[in-house]
Every structure is written in structure tokens, then in C-alpha cells.
Write a protein that binds this ligand. Structure first.
Ligand code: IYR
Length: 224
């Protein structure tokens, strides 16, 4: 037997679901999730703070390597900080669109109509900046590693996007590149690296989205 400490174990309260309800619940969730779209134009209509707290609780319920929960969700509503983030992001994006992205990349993006300008970073009532925590700094200075950090924070971000959609709000997974400026503006410690930037709020009136399709099931699912 290992001499390492184990958590106390408790009964798992499994809530049984009939097969009919499984089919219906999953169908309903599918219909709901298929309505989600990435939105790039926002309204400035405010969103309750408590709603944001519950959305983050949902994201932070995600599984993670050794349950180390290697994430920090920064919620930005300060107009000054949003402005600083917009200015820094646009500077990087301008450089990317003009000098860093390959012709192939620009051609792939062209149908989506994106460009270096990111007004949504100031208009949306909240920006969520997701940081991954590479390690935890212990009091004695020891850098205690986290595990499967990208997988863990990616899963939590998926929960986050689903929660935002379920709430009736919209978002965009924005990845200005490089995005080290987020750590500097938000004065995050050295163990935290920016992972995703998500504006959150209501869509602008009459917003349009590109008529893209998801791949059919046959293309993404393989039975053995
Ligand atoms: N980060 C840039 C470019 C961009 C890249 C991909 I891949 C996208 O799916 C969308 C945009 C931007 O946000 O405009």
C-alpha cells in the first residue's frame, strides 16, 4: 500500500434517466447547441454580475488533471482596461493580418470577413480572459507543476462557451496572437499564461453571421 494520503470517498448520487428521457434530453441539448454561433458584433446592454459568477462556476466545474483546476478567469468590465486590451490586441492583429499570417491562412479566413479591427473588445459589457496556470508557486518557492494544462483549460473553456450560450448570451473565442499583453495589462503572475479572450454580452441588433455548415456526422464519427 502506498503511504500517500487518499481523499475520503463518498457515494456518488447517480440520477437514473429513462432511455426515452435520454433521447429527448439529448435531442433538446443538440438543438440548443446547434443554435450557438460565434458573434463579432455586440450590444453594450449590461449583463448581471451574478449571472457571470454562475457561468464561471459552471466553467470551473470542469474535470482537470489531478483536479488541480489550472485556470483563472479574469472578468473585465472596466472601460479603461477594455480600451487598453483593445488597443494592444489591434496592434498585434494589425501586424498579423499585414505581415505574419500566411497567404493560405488569409485565404482561409477571407470568407469569414474578419480583420484587424476589434471594436467588440470595448463594446461588450464583459471580457473574460482565461489564463492557464502552468504551475502553482508554493510558499517555500517550489514551483508545483500542473498536469494536462491545455486539455484541462480547453475543457473548461468548452463548458464556459456552453454556459454562456445556455444563459442566452453570445460570445466569441478570440485569440489575438501573440497575446502576452493580456498578462501585462491584467498584472497576472508569471505562472499564468493567457489562453483565450472571450467578449460576452448580447448581440448587436440585426447582427449577421456567415452561413457556414458543420461537417456531417459521417465525416467526424467512425465506428469500430
Ligand atoms: N486572431 C485573428 C485571426 C483569426 C484567426 C482564426 I484561425 C480565426 O478563426 C478567426 C480569426 C482574429 O481574431 O481576427
Amino acid at each position: 500500500m502506498s503511504d500517500k494520503k487518499k481523499y475520503p470517498f463518498v457515494n456518488y448520487t447517480y440520477e437514473s434517466v429513462s432511455e426515452i428521457d435520454m433521447l429527448k434530453n439529448t435531442h433538446d441539448l443538440k438543438q440548443q447547441m446547434l443554435k450557438r454561433r460565434s458573434i463579432r458584433e455586440f450590444s453594450d446592454r449590461p449583463v448581471p454580475k451574478t449571472l457571470m459568477e454562475d457561468i464561471i462556476r459552471i466553467a470551473a466545474s470542469a474535470p482537470s488533471g489531478a483536479n488541480r483546476q489550472p485556470w483563472t478567469f479574469c472578468i473585465v468590465s472596466s472601460p479603461q482596461i477594455k480600451k487598453a486590451i483593445r488597443e494592444a490586441a489591434e496592434k498585434e492583429e494589425y501586424e498579423s493580418y499585414h505581415n505574419r499570417m500566411s497567404e493560405e491562412w488569409l485565404t482561409d479566413l477571407a470568407p469569414l470577413g474578419t480583420d484587424w479591427e476589434k471594436p467588440f473588445l470595448e463594446v461588450a459589457p464583459y471580457l473574460i480572459v482565461v489564463f492557464k496556470r502552468i504551475y502553482e508557486l508554493e510558499e517555500n518557492g517550489h514551483k508545483h507543476n500542473n498536469y494536462y494544462v491545455n486539455e484541462s483549460v480547453g475543457i473548461a473553456s468548452g463548458f464556459l462557451i456552453a454556459a454562456i450560450h445556455q444563459a442566452g448570451l453570445v460570445t466569441l473565442t478570440h485569440t489575438p496572437s501573440p497575446m502576452n499583453f493580456l498578462g501585462s495589462i491584467l498584472e497576472r503572475p508569471a505562472n499564468e499564461k493567457p489562453f483565450l479572450l472571450l467578449p460576452v454580452g448580447y448581440p448587436a441588433e440585426n447582427v449577421q453571421v456567415p452561413a457556414i455548415q458543420k461537417k456531417p456526422l459521417e465525416e467526424v464519427m467512425v465506428w469500430y
